[in-house]
Design a protein around this ligand. Structure first.
Ligand SMILES: NC(=O)c1ccc[n+]([C@@H]2O[C@H](COP(=O)([O-])OP(=O)(O)OC[C@H]3O[C@@H](n4cnc5c(N)ncnc54)[C@H](O)[C@@H]3O)[C@@H](O)[C@H]2O)c1
Ligand SMILES: O=P(O)(O)OC[C@H](O)CO
Length: 300
């Protein structure tokens, strides 16, 4: 955005192709990399930066941080991934804090498809950082004329919103893929949001955060757009169709983490629990539907 950016990819062929063609044909076809971006597979170039954005999928983040923890000390580390680690049940910011304790941890999250940002379409996101001095700095240097960042000190709420909306998006995709209808999807979004707030309360999130861009905002986008990989993954389950297993679908792994959080904190999370079972194929959409509809009637 503002100043030179090093784009690191672990595959030297991929980084060389990006540097030569100024395109990422495999993952973001049709968009030209700005001149300020240099693509490389040399990690030393990353470690020279003071601010590092981490866009590695959540289930891989902990190992990557652990491997490079010494080189990351004292850096500003901004997680861009959305999920809950299955091994530790931590979100991206908590993973950073646990692995690189003297780094400044932050999270960039909210409703945003990569193509929309690359196309400079207007987008608003949450920059969550508990450090009162560094948060405004990151908000300023990562904002652009079309990318408007709102600052929040609530990293727990921000990481939960981003992780949980992916799980609910899978449920919505199943709902539409199976032909259960738009009224049913609205119910899943609403009751899914209730589950998000329940987990947030148990884990100490500010309820306001979940009603903001990183929670409700991203839920609205991901549950209603087939631009979302999580939603499309759910659609494929609902329609009993194949899905490319190399596609990043954070919500599938996170649903299992959430089911374990539900047990640990004694929480009633019926939609998240059926998504975990749907994602690993252990129940069918009709069984999931019957499970949800046969629950005892209760107050809203
Ligand atoms: N694509 C979007 O629109 C979007 C928007 C907001 C947030 N995110 C989040 O960003 C994160 C990444 O998603 P994405 O869309 O970039 O996925 P992607 O599949 O396009 O890219 C993931 C990248 O991570 C690399 N990677 C995987 N494992 C790695 C490892 N162990 N070490 C180093 N690199 C590794 C892959 O090679 C790939 O280049 C996800 O948590 C996603 O929720 C994506
Ligand atoms: O394609 P998805 O489902 O990973 O969603 C991308 C972003 O998280 C939307 O905000």
């Amino acid at each position: 955005a503002n100043g030179p950016v090093t784009l690191w990819a672990r595959d030297p062929k991929a980084s060389a192709a990006m540097q030569a063609t100024r395109m990422n044909a495999a993952r973001l076809d049709g968009y030209t990399l700005p001149e300020s971006v240099t693509a490389t597979s040399d990690l030393n170039a990353v470690f020279q930066a003071d601010t590092i954005l981490l866009a590695i999928p959540t289930q891989k983040l902990g190992a990557w941080l652990g491997e490079h923890a010494e080189k990351l000390r004292g850096k500003r580390l901004v997680a861009c991934c959305k999920g809950i680690d299955q091994t530790t049940l931590r979100g991206p910011v908590a993973l950073i804090e646990a692995t690189v304790p003297d780094a400044i941890a932050a999270m960039l999250t909210g409703p945003s498809f990569a193509a929309d940002i690359a196309g400079q379409l207007p987008t608003a996101l949450t920059l969550a950082c508990a450090d009162e001095g560094e948060g405004p700095y990151l908000q300023g240097c990562l904002s652009t004329p079309t990318l408007r960042l709102y600052l929040s000190p609530d990293v727990i709420g921000a990481e939960l919103g981003g992780a949980l909306k992916n799980v609910i998006a899978i449920a919505c995709g199943v709902c539409m893929g199976a032909g259960y209808g738009e009224s049913a999807r609205a119910a899943v979004i609403t009751r899914g949001f209730a589950e998000m707030r329940r987990i947030g309360k148990a884990l100490g999130a500010d309820p306001e955060t979940l009603t903001g861009l990183s929670g409700f905002g991203d839920l609205a986008l991901t549950c209603t757009s087939d631009g979302s990989r999580n939603y499309r993954f759910g659609q494929s389950i609902g329609a009993a169709q194949d899905f490319d297993p190399t596609t990043t679908v954070e919500g599938a792994a996170t649903a299992i983490s959430v089911s374990n959080l539900a047990k640990k904190h004694d929480l009633d999370l019926p939609i998240c629990t059926v998504v975990a079972a749907l994602s690993d194929g252990s129940i069918t959409p009709d069984t999931a539907l019957a499970t949800l509809l046969s629950r005892p009637l209760r107050k809203e």
